[in-house]
Write a protein that binds this ligand. Structure first.
Ligand code: ADP
Ligand code: MG
Length: 254
């Protein structure tokens, strides 16, 4: 039995020059679930996520979110509908403090723009600051809140970007390799955080290379290879699928 479908990717194609990065991709993401997209480097995973958030326009096909067509909308419009993303390369404001980085998207998602009047919203600002501090300490960044974010380690920047996504309380969170570049301890901490937010019912799509992360979090896995979905199913089905092992790891066990 399938639940409510929140994100629907239908017949999506994308070519870059002569390269077919996505080929007839169809995907349904169920409400409250964590759906992992795995596949070898260059499979098209990041391209697919970028199509969902409006950064890349597909040549064909549509993406709908709760019945609303996202294709053709600008990234900020898609964000305002409740879709947040954490990119493969952290996109932070390097000259600002860690805390400010997390507060900015909270103002942006509340007001629909980065423009706000600080004088009328002081009480909200206090609440947002408290929430930002809570999210940061949840992710183990509580002792770095006043540091300049540009000087953080790569793994810490990735957790900061995750905090920037989480504070928006999105309906759908898209994560592109959230634990890449992290130590094992930070990876485990991030997994714990992602499990906690799953308990709160947030729908997530996660692209991930680390099989420990995938099998700790995913309810369902889709496998992308050379731009096409080659398999889909529960983690146990995917783990034992010879086609997946062949495409993903050249025959090695996963
Ligand atoms: P993955 O995230 O699965 O590693 P990507 O989606 O980043 O794969 O890339 C899929 C393919 O599309 C790769 O061959 C990559 O080189 C190519 N590609 C991605 N983005 C662009 C771009 N903006 N211009 C040209 N080629 C691109
Ligand atoms: Mg990628």
């Amino acid at each position: 039995m399938t639940g409510n479908i929140v994100l629907n990717i239908s017949y999506v194609d994308k070519t870059f020059g002569g390269l077919q990065a996505l080929s007839n991709v169809n995907l349904e993401i169920e409400e409250g679930k964590t759906h992992a997209i795995i596949g070898p480097n260059g499979a098209g995973k990041s391209t697919l996520l970028n199509v969902c958030v409006g950064r890349i326009k597909p040549d064909r096909g549509t993406v709908t979110f709760n019945g609303e067509i996202l294709t053709g909308k600008e990234p900020f419009e898609i964000n305002q509908l409740g879709v947040a993303r954490v990119f493969q390369t952290p996109e932070i404001f390097p000259q600002l403090s860690v805390l400010d980085n997390v507060m900015i998207p909270a103002f942006a998602s509340r007001d629909g723009s980065f423009e706000f009047n600080p004088f009328t919203l002081l009480s909200d600002e206090t609440k947002i600051r408290d929430e930002a501090l809570r999210v940061l300490s949840d992710l183990g960044l509580g002792d770095q809140v006043n540091n300049v974010s540009g000087s953080m380690s790569r793994g810490d920047k990735r957790r900061l970007e995750l905090a920037m996504g989480l504070i928006q309380r999105p309906k759908l969170l898209l994560l592109d390799e959230p634990t890449a570049g992290m130590s094992r301890a930070d990876t485990n901490r991030t997994i714990e955080t992602l499990i906690r937010i799953k308990e709160r019912g947030m729908t997530k799509v996660i692209i991930e290379h680390d099989m420990h992360v995938v099998f700790s979090l995913a309810d369902k896995i889709s496998v992308l290879a050379q731009g096409a979905i080659i398999a889909e199913g529960a983690p146990d089905e995917i783990r034992g699928n010879p086609k997946v092992q062949e495409a993903y790891l050249g025959g090695a066990q996963i």
